[in-house]
Write a new protein. Structure first.
Length: 147
């Protein structure tokens, strides 16, 4: 029987996963770190150190699931925006992110999907402004477009 990981192990693993997935961009955790450092630590330890670090799914698959859940929950725009950025960091395309949000419509409804899509659009526009143009996957016929 193996020894359970310590809190320090979980935190170190969580911070490493978080940095890899988000590229170090965690404003919603940074914002609470001063007033509620335990909350930020719990998120790093549990969400990233325990859940994201598990096997069975790839990181891009986990991001698609996370996007769908956050979009369906509604009222999680800061977290959704952070995970849209993370989705691009781990190699997902704009088309895949859009499809993850589209997929929630029959389960969570149009209002939540429309609200989530505005977050996706905002993040894509921010990235386009920062990096030039954001490539979009090839369209049928093979031509490539940018947004």
């Amino acid at each position: 029987m193996s020894t359970p990981p310590t809190t320090d192990d979980r935190l170190a693993r969580g911070l490493a996963e978080m940095a890899r997935i988000t590229g170090g961009h965690t404003p919603h955790l940074d914002a609470v770190d001063g007033i509620a450092p335990d909350l930020a630590r719990y998120a790093a330890e549990f969400a990233f150190g325990d859940i994201y670090a598990r096997g069975g799914l790839t990181t891009p698959e986990r991001q698609l699931i996370t996007l769908g859940v956050l979009a369906a929950l509604g009222d999680a725009e800061p977290q959704l925006a952070a995970h849209v950025r993370a989705a691009f960091t781990v190699g997902l395309t704009v088309e895949q992110v859009v499809e993850a949000v589209m997929h929630i419509v029959p389960f969570a409804g149009f209002p939540r999907a429309l609200n989530a899509m505005t977050v996706v659009e905002r993040v894509v526009a921010e990235q386009r402004e920062q990096q030039g143009t954001t490539p979009v996957p090839p369209r049928p016929g093979g031509e490539r477009a940018t947004i």
